[in-house]
Design a protein around this ligand. Structure first.
Ligand code: FES
Ligand code: FES
Length: 167
């Protein structure tokens, strides 16, 4: 095939927008987001699935985008840190991370926020243990984790307060 790379059409939804991309199936989702689409909020830490910095949501589930190939994305619904805001407003996890000092250098933050959102989408009243377990694949070299856990607890409280009451 004289070194020519075969490209494949992939239809997906990214942060609520439908799009068709053409690329080699072995292109990594992380590179696709950062280099092809220009969404650089998703970070590369280890590149081997160990740090969580590259976490995005794929069909509502958190995944390490450094381990996903483009060829697996046909029909996928992807959400990245750029799609986390609710309209013009920051998502409660974003607000809480800022308020509680859960961000220092910020390198881990996108991945932490996406993982925290995934947790809170499933469980709006997580215990500290559940939060620590959910974030156990997301490494942070700066904060010591306590402020991050606090931020997730505060975001959970805000989300619960916003719930319509069923009384
Ligand atoms: S860059 Fe993907 S898990 Fe570290
Ligand atoms: S804030 Fe620096 S790695 Fe987490």
């Amino acid at each position: 095939m004289n070194g020519e790379v075969m490209k494949k059409k992939i239809n997906l939804t990214l942060n609520g927008k439908k799009m068709t991309l053409e690329m080699p199936s072995h292109r990594l989702l992380l590179d696709l987001l950062r280099d092809e689409i220009g969404l650089t909020g998703t970070k590369e830490g280890c590149g081997t699935g160990d740090c969580g910095a590259c976490t995005v949501l794929l069909n509502g589930r958190p995944v390490n985008s450094c381990l996903i190939f483009s060829g697996e994305l046909e029909g996928a619904d992807l959400v990245t840190i750029e799609g986390l805001k609710i309209g013009p407003e920051l998502h409660p996890v974003q607000k809480a991370f800022i308020q509680d000092g859960g961000v220092q250098c910020g390198y881990c933050t996108s991945g932490m926020l996406m993982m925290a959102k995934a947790l809170l989408d499933e469980n709006m009243s997580p215990t500290e243990e559940e939060i620590r377990f959910a974030l156990s694949g997301n490494l942070c070299r700066c904060t010591g984790y306590a402020k991050i856990v606090q931020a997730v607890q505060d975001a959970a409280a805000e989300l619960r307060a916003k719930q319509p009451s069923h009384g």
